[in-house]
Design a protein around this ligand. Structure first.
Ligand code: NAD
Length: 509
């Protein structure tokens, strides 16, 4: 249940300057109400704080520093000062420190998972899953650090050697969302630190405590002061801090995960200094089921893809596009599975759907469903808030009779709402799938090999699950096309975002 004793201890922590709490039974040791800049835990220079709520209960779980532009500048200066030494640290040594960070995160995974569920609301089992996934990026990049190799080129003229070096870009600004408060940080910071960059992290205002816990472990892993800095703030200070991170000349690049709307704004701000930009933005993933598919597997994939984190996942299936021969069977089996979900506080072990993150998100989901129903969609399950459980809970919802003029068709729903459309031909399915400005992930189920190749080539997305609903892995390149973003995270390509190529031409040899 809600960790009341945890709450009390956190309030003690909030009023004390000690870095650790011995929380006895709950044993949560990594709660911080200060930010980490230049190797020290500090308050906002203004002394201001903002409150963070538990979305399952509405209770205030603690306060974090409400930093502003001045604090962001201090963090950027610290990262800039630390950069030369970190860049010169041999990649092997950087990798060893990352590996130590990974080990500490594995060791303390259960405690971090509690913090994550507490502030993000997702079921504890999902928090543990996110932590395993998030940790894997640090493990991966600890190894990749040693493989940032250059090239020796074949010179077109005599007496000359031509070489390409890869060097870290400098200070990296990392702005992350609330839906994966752990993994969105490690996916960026792992690559940046492995490359030899230092960083300033600005986590989402809904979920600062997971981020602060991670930074605490990075410090304990021996990562030198100034290499990782973190600046928390409430929503009003997000834009001014973001502008500073984009425009300060000491910042070499920005890596942002969040909405397409904010991403476009940051992209423009980075243009003033011609900064390196990586953007992981919103999606509108098609999930196509062809007549040849194994429908039970497709329903398993649909549930995993759609309802993880209460549908608040950027690669979540947004539109189920089902061929006419299997439409009724798929819809009925999906409805049956949804009717068995247990909604509640993520701290309860049998719960598999928690709350949405905040009131704005519930209102958005509610208005998307209302818009669809007003325009003729039929509700086969749910279609309302679960107000008996709490303010931010929404019953898993299944809609059919979907039309292109509905918001659920064109917009990212980001909630536990499955919408099903019927199609006849493969061409039609591909056209519906691609009829969006977003192109992050896509999924399809088919047992026709030739069709699988054709559809995989024709979908306009950066990632595809073929007969698979869960696709993320540290080894794979994560990212989108169209308005879903620029660049890739994870895999060996993730490091490329944080290095530049320097060409050396040795003449007269
Ligand atoms: P958001 O864009 O509102 O916020 C993301 C982060 O940016 C938060 O930390 C927020 O405080 C900060 N922010 C907001 N306005 C800012 C500004 N003007 N300048 C600087 N920072 C600012 O998005 P959200 O609602 O927190 O997250 C949901 C969105 O993120 C969805 O659209 C989802 O698809 C997307 N997302 C994408 C990925 C991906 O990898 N592609 C992953 C997770 C979430």
């Amino acid at each position: 249940r809600v960790p009341k004793d945890c709450l009390r201890l956190f309030r003690m922590q909030a009023s004390s300057s000690s870095r650790f709490v011995n929380s006895g039974k709950m044993s949560i040791s990594f709660l911080h109400n200060k930010c980490f800049i230049n190797g020290s835990w500090v308050d906002a220079k203004s002394g201001k704080t903002f409150e963070v709520n538990n979305p399952a209960t509405g209770e205030v779980i603690g306060v974090a520093p409400d930093m502003d532009v001045e604090d962001a500048r201090a963090a950027i200066n610290a990262a800039s000062d630390a950069f030369p030494a970190w860049a010169k640290t041999p990649a092997k040594e950087r990798g060893v420190m990352l590996r130590k960070w990974y080990d500490l995160m594995v060791l303390n995974a259960d405690e971090i998972a509690k913090i994550l569920t507490w502030e993000a609301g997702k079921p504890l089992s999902e928090s543990k899953g996110e932590i395993t996934y998030g940790n894997s990026f640090i493990d991966w990049f600890a190894e990749e650090a040693r493989r940032i190799n250059g090239e020796v080129l074949q010179s077109p003229v005599r007496n000359r050697e031509m070489i390409l070096l890869k060097q870290p870009i400098g200070v990296a600004a990392l702005i992350t969302p609330w839906n994966f408060p752990h993994a969105m940080i490690t996916r960026k910071a792992g690559a940046a630190l492995a490359a030899g960059c230092t960083c300033v992290i600005r986590p989402a205002e809904d979920t600062p405590f997971t981020a602060l816990a991670l930074v605490d472990l990075a410090d304990k892993a021996g990562i030198p002061k100034g290499v990782i800095n973190i600046v928390t703030s409430g929503r009003p200070n997000a834009a001014p801090i973001g502008k500073e991170l984009c425009e300060n000349p000491l910042v070499a690049g920005l890596s942002f995960t969040g909405s397409t709307e904010v991403g476009k704004r940051l992209y423009k701000q980075c243009a003033t200094g011609v900064k390196r930009v990586g953007l992981e933005l919103g999606g509108n993933a098609p999930f196509v089921v062809f007549n040849s598919a194994d429908i039970n597997k497709a329903v398993d994939g649909a549930v995993a893809s759609k309802f993880r984190n209460c549908g608040q996942t950027c690669i979540s299936a947004n539109r189920f596009i089902i061929q006419d021969g299997v439409f009724d069977e798929f819809v009925e089996k999906l409805r049956d599975r949804m009717s068995k979900f247990k909604i509640g506080n993520g701290m309860d072990s049998d719960v598999n759907q928690g709350p949405l993150i905040n009131a704005a998100q519930v209102n958005k989901v509610e208005s998307i469903v209302k818009d669809a129903v007003d325009k003729g969609a039929k509700v086969l399950h749910g279609g309302e808030r679960a107000s008996n459980i709490g303010q931010l809970f929404y019953v898993p919802t299944l809609l059919v009779d979907i039309k292109p003029n509905m918001a659920c068709y064109t917009e990212e729903i980001f909630g536990p709402v499955a919408v099903c459309l019927k199609f006849k031909t493969e061409e039609e399915a591909v056209a519906i799938s691609n009829g969006t400005s977003r192109g992050l992930a896509g999924y399809f189920y088919s047992n026709d090999l030739n069709q699988a190749w054709r559809v995989a080539r024709n979908l306009e997305v950066g990632m595809i699950g073929i007969n698979e609903g869960l696709i993320s892995a540290a080894e794979a390149a994560f990212g989108g096309v169209k308005e879903s973003g620029i660049g890739r995270e994870g895999s060996s390509h993730g490091i490329e975002e944080f290095v530049y190529i320097k060409y050396l031409c040795f003449g007269g040899i």
